[in-house]
Design a protein around this ligand. Sequence first.
Ligand code: GDP
Ligand code: MG
Length: 440
Amino acid sequence: SLSDRLGGVFDRLRGRGALTEADVRTAMREVRVALLEADVALPVAREFVDKVTEQAIGQNVLRSVTPGQQVVKIVHDALVAMLGADESSLALDVTPPAIVMMVGLQGSGKTTTTAKIAKRLSGRERKKVLMASLDVNRPAAQEQLATLGTQVEVATLPIIQGQQPVDIARRAIQAAKLQGFDVLMLDTAGRLHVDQALMDEMKSVAEIARPQEILLVVDSLTGQDAVNVATSFSEQVPLTGIVLTRMDGDARGGAALSMRSVTGKPIKFAGTGEKLDALEGFHPERVAGRILGMGDVVSLVERAAESIQAEDAERMAKKMAKGQFDMDDLRGQLAQMRRMGGLGALAGMMPGMKKAQNALNDAGGDKILVRMDAIITSMTVKERAKPEVINAKRKIRIAKGSGTTVQEVNKLLKMHQEMSTAMKKIKKMGGLKGMMSMLG
Ligand code: GDP
Ligand code: MG
């Protein structure tokens, strides 16, 4: 795995300060192999590595992180950035009907995804949706969509046998206009390979329908071929986004990076199963983790991130020692505890805080953190900055505002107090860094 390979590299990289070109290049050779193993297309892997190498050289190595770990963190962050943010919203803000057209290879999941998106739009977003199948190639393709329509309770265009795709599209647009549909979803015929006759058909449909969204549906198990698929489709029609299906399978996620890189279009949804509610927004973090090789490397990155959090903790400790640790800082710490599944960097490092941590877990862990957050939200700016002004009357108001009890408000104030006290003690012991070096 990548981490084994990088292990050797890490041993050799012992410097501190800025990452040298040699450090970065050695680590990147391994990263490149990992990308190819995750099925990222070769030209995409090459380009990615070149870009990240350039970014990484000269970057400072964070305290308590090895240069190799730092490189992995940089690669991880670059992957996330390149995969793009979660942009699962569709641009449907037009005079109705907004038109969404689905394109892609046969079997990629177009018809299923059409129904999934229609279900989401008609349910969660309360849109009136009409679906139409333009697939006259595969027998019973139109019936398949009609059946799915019944299942998700979304209307489908009545089937007229023998009609050609462009005529079906015209009829669908007409029907959507006349019957006041908000959204029209056009499911098109698949192609086994990129086939010019079908491409032309798709182009003519796109020309008459002028869709707001043209989504390319791709099976995430598509390996090295993803680049060819992406290139030919994006050359023929103006794609607006990508849907990756079968993300529930064991795909390593390479296709996501390839598609994104070749088309430059956002990945809007991920299909995660055959069921019609198995549609999610796209999570770049998860896919980056998959590409880097799930287990070891990800925990490595996490360790690096924890080290960065240790630096945050150090900064926080300084604030505390100066008496500047206010409720907003506490809230930041609570959010961090929640992200880390209950074990905050600060809490985990302070002997005095182990007790508070245990108390938190006993009290229901995550839930209590959410309640504490609500309490802080109900405080005024002044109360957050100077918790000592919170008297009995204020406590009642805060409890009411946050839907909690005065007892809980007291607990939170006590926790804040304890953290401040513990921090002052630590300062006397020579700071958090001194304390940590004592612990080894
Ligand atoms: P089309 O030819 O592009 O219209 O593909 P279909 O929508 O007919 O889907 C082909 C097969 O893939 C069907 O059996 C679907 O149930 C299945 N499928 C579609 N999306 C997903 C997904 O996200 N996960 C899984 N596991 N199966 C999917
Ligand atoms: Mg289909």
